[in-house]
Design a protein around this ligand. Sequence first.
Ligand SMILES: Nc1ncnc2c1ncn2[C@@H]1O[C@H](COP(=O)(O)OP(=O)(O)O)[C@@H](O)[C@H]1O
Ligand SMILES: [Mg+2]
Length: 488
Amino acid sequence: MKKIYLENGVEATAASYHDFPLPEFNDNPFIQTLPPLKSKEEIIKTLHKKPLFSKEEKGYENHYRLIMLQRLFDYFQPLPIHVEVWEMINNLIIEGYLSRNPFDKDYLSYLNNTGKSIINRTFDFSNSVQYQTSSSCGMFIGFSGMGKTTTVNRVLQSLPQIIVHNEYKGSHFNQIQLVWLKLDAPPTSSLKALCLQFFVKVDELLGTNNYKLYVSRNSSVDSMLPMISQLSHNIGLGLLVVDELQNIRSKGAQQILNFFVNLINSGINVALIGTPGSYRLLEEELRIARRFTGSAEINYENMPNNEEFSFLLESIWRYQWIKKETELTKEIIDEFYEQTQGISDLLIKLFIYTQKAAIENGSERITVSLIKRVAKERFKSIKPMLEAIKSGNPFKMNKYEDIMKRQVFEPDVPKTRNYPEKSKGTHNTSSVSTTTDNKSSQANHNNTRETTKKVQGDIRNLTTEDLSKSVYDHLLEINLIDQMDDWK
Ligand SMILES: Nc1ncnc2c1ncn2[C@@H]1O[C@H](COP(=O)(O)OP(=O)(O)O)[C@@H](O)[C@H]1O
Ligand SMILES: [Mg+2]
């Protein structure tokens, strides 16, 4: 692909067109400039990112090795979920462009008309049905630190962002194509701030002046929305990605939902990324939203202590800058699980911090007791959250927006009294950890998925028909409260 530079110095790609095996892709310049679709193996290869590393580096002085350890923050190991995210994002982009072919007469007249009505201030989303776009929305919701942002960035980076068209199949076609735009909602940001960010980012990338021309600090969200939509069409926007969705504060969930639904209805594909705290915004309306958009949704909670978790650990394990290379045993895997509860971010950090400690104390070796000590020091502040995850108790977990259980918000989950059995080893977990403990904690994790589905909402549903047991015993049995005896 040929690189060119826009007037503002930003790098762009000169459009070159290739044929896809799908004829419906081949009369659309927006699609024919996109990279060929990839197989699962190719996706994994593309997403994979290795850190710089060589065994000789083990011989370097401490202060160099300590810096080398930081390279692990750059490492990315694709897992099956990342392939799903890749496919979701790429499908959204292609589907969007399929319904918005710039050589389609109907689409062009729709654009013309909406443009005019925005200028005349007669634009009304509810009436704009002249052209049926089939845009949709993707959602990627997961616990904090599971790598959502990293994954989405890696997927987006694999696509050209700005493409400049000049001529398509012998016709003059002077058009810019912004394949994706990613907005990040900073903590406690408003919907309005998000809209303003849209204009600023587009201007930054394309060297345009829309912000100055069309918006001011006094513009309302309602007035900006049609302009965002029109501008998105004008610049051939393939996908609008909004990360850290849970940070948006608003007068009500309804307002945020309306905002996105209107955007989607105006023909812009949207991908929303956030922690389960996002459900607080969308709650009940989520179901309606899904019906509206036929959206794809990916959920990513913490990993159970399974092959995926050990695979991630195995894949980073070779990057040891300590002198006495430590073998990865089942005991170590279980200890890592115990201390990180399957949160990828913590896994990487614990591996780095433990090596750092081993270099600093001169032992140059990773041991279970060192892992325990490092986790105790480093993860002190998040200990209650980790305990909540470990308990699998959705009511405890919901104290933390980052790890909320989504089922609690799901309005259409059937209520039932069919509770899973209590798994042992959940309440006596504080310091000793053995292989058995971890197994049961995993069993508990799996159970929890079930439990949360069934107990949502009303605590009265929890009481049992078996009157021989007290409510306390029953709540204990289904793992929703702690054993009070432990408090003595
Ligand atoms: N699959 C993975 N391979 C390597 N590192 C990962 C992976 N997933 C997460 N991480 C680590 O977790 C950190 C946090 O990820 P991030 O994308 O910020 O999570 P989220 O957006 O879900 O909160 C990253 O900086 C990276 O070090
Ligand atoms: Mg993130």
